[in-house]
Design a binder for this molecule. Structure first.
Ligand code: BES
Ligand code: ZN
Ligand code: ZN
Length: 485
């Protein structure tokens, strides 16, 4: 498993001067006129002359080296206009690329406008998430020193740091799991990762695997996973007070590799399918962060895991499966495997009487066609949970977009051969029909569903190429809100 970048973060002032200064266009204008007190030797005139010669304008991602007489360097790192947290997060991460290896350094935030906790938090997140490296199969190229962040005195930097470290650890755990090649992470390893998180944080866990799944009623999880040499698993984690119904059930799609099964995917569609356990990875990242925060919400997590493989025992189009709750499901396409795993896991969760449930899944290509890679599709019957997710996701810069559960499209799932077909007879609105299929298994439990991509294709300063770990912070903060109600 990879490790989080070896960056330590401290709150307060560094011993020496500043090595990097985040600066927005407003404070840059002021600095041009007045100089900056934390840059010794840089009085107004000298600074303005240097700035005059450069093209630096404090635009987002721009950097400028200010070399002092003794040869030491301070960097200005632009973060654009205003105090948008997304820009701050990104700018803080950009500063990592100019700081030499192993250097203990100090980052200042002389931003015009009032810098509050949310801004400092975004900066800390940028540093912790931007320093992430996945090094399972490639040597780490950098060793980052310790960064001290200068925090305004009105902000409780220490508790913000503890919070942010928990969130970053969860996010990076998600990234590690999702980045790990399928050869190194089968259903058993994914289950093991869940068990280890539970052990680390005093949560209770149980795993079933292979033919035990049949006995337990997870017939569809078994059907999807049975063609693989690596047996499918279902792992249940319980946290918080015992003997009370869960305030929240989290369910994550854990397809460790999605070849499409007999309805084999083309090469381009299969390339990234190790990330098809992104929903499960996100749930585990949430549990890791939650465990670190030590909060006490009665919580249930269900992780169905399988490899959708081709083999002599593959499930087939036209087969009819019996789900955990007894619904008969005709298989329309073996590549629509995720909803089968989720249906069984949701039925199991429903039996535990949770107050609400939320599933996360890399469920459909259609959601990506509709909203692109960065905006997951949100569905749900739980208005309160949906509202909280929408609002929190916006504030935390990982916006969700709500999609409708169009009742009439249920017709597209009808079949004469079973209670339901798991694939729509109409190729349009594929993320909606997938959600409608899931809705049946939520029963009366208020429910929300997130269809996510979970991957950064190009790489940005705060989100290195690969698994992005998105939504860990949003869901954790919604869970915090649930403590209050
Ligand atoms: N894992 C895929 C969905 C997916 C594809 C997510 C690409 C992210 C990126 C899922 O199992 C799948 O293959 N869905 C099919 C469903 C179809 C056969 C009804 C799809 O979206 O094409
Ligand atoms: Zn598939
Ligand atoms: Zn899939």
């Amino acid at each position: 498993m990879g490790e989080q970048g070896r960056l330590e973060l401290r709150v307060g002032e560094g011993a020496r001067g500043l090595q990097a200064l985040l600066i927005n266009t407003e404070s840059f204008t002021a600095m041009r006129q007045e100089g900056h007190p934390r840059l010794p030797g840089w009085d107004g005139d000298r600074l303005s002359a240097t700035l005059e010669r450069s093209r630096f304008q404090a635009k987002s991602g721009q950097t400028l080296a200010l070399t002092e007489n003794d040869g030491s360097v301070s960097w200005l790192v632009g973060c654009g206009t205003g105090l948008a947290t997304a820009q701050l997060r990104r700018a803080a991460a950009s500063s990592l690329s100019v700081i030499p290896d192993g250097l203990d350094w100090t980052l200042g935030l002389p931003l015009a406008g009032s810098v509050g906790a949310t801004h400092v938090q975004a900066v800390m997140e940028g540093l912790l998430l931007g320093s992430y490296v996945f090094d399972l199969h490639k040597r780490r190229e950098r060793s980052l020193g310790c960064c001290s962040v200068m925090v305004p005195s009105e902000v409780d930097g220490e508790s913000l740091l503890r919070w942010t470290e928990a969130i970053a650890a969860g996010t990076c755990l998600t990234r590690d799991l999702v980045n790990t090649p399928a050869a190194d992470l089968g259903p058993g390893e994914l289950a093991q990762a869940a068990v280890e998180i539970a052990q680390r944080h005093g949560m209770r866990s149980e795993t079933w695997s292979g033919s035990d799944l049949l006995e337990r009623g997870f017939r569809m999880v078994h059907a999807v996973g049975r063609a693989s040499a690596r047996a499918p698993t279902v792992t249940v984690v319980r946290a918080g007070p015992k003997d009370v119904p869960p305030a929240l059930a989290l369910i994550g799609k854990g397809v460790v590799f999605d070849s499409g099964g007999l309805n084999l995917k083309p090469a381009s569609g299969m390339l990234l399918m190790r990330k098809d356990m992104g929903g499960a990875g996100t749930v585990l990242g949430i549990l890791e962060a939650w465990g670190r925060l030590g909060k006490e919400l009665p919580l249930l997590a269900v992780i169905p895991a399988a490899e959708n493989a081709v083999g002599p025992d593959s499930y087939r189009p036209g087969d009819v499966l019996r789900s955990y709750d007894g619904t008969t499901v005709e298989i329309g396409n073996t590549d629509a495997e995720g909803r089968l795993l989720l249906a069984d896991a949701m039925s199991f969760a429903r039996d535990q009487s949770p107050a609400r449930m939320l599933d996360l899944a890399t469920l459909t290509g259609a959601a990506r066609v509709a909203l692109g890679p960065d905006v997951p599709a949100l569905f749900g019957t739980d208005e309160d949970l949906v509202e909280r997710l929408l609002e929190t996701s916006l504030v935390r810069d990982e916006p969700l977009w709500r999609m409708p559960l169009v009742k009439r499209y249920n017709e597209f799932l009808e079949t004469p051969f079973a209670d339901v077909n798991h694939m729509s007879s109409d190729s349009r609105g594929g993320c909606i029909t997938a959600a409608l299929f899931l809705q049946r298994f939520a029963g009366d439990v208020p429910w929300a569903h997130i269809d996510l991509y979970g991957w950064e294709d190009k790489g940005r300063p705060d989100v290195p190429k690969g698994a992005n770990g998105m939504l860990v912070r949003t869901v954790v903060e919604v869970m915090e809100q649930l403590l209050e109600i």
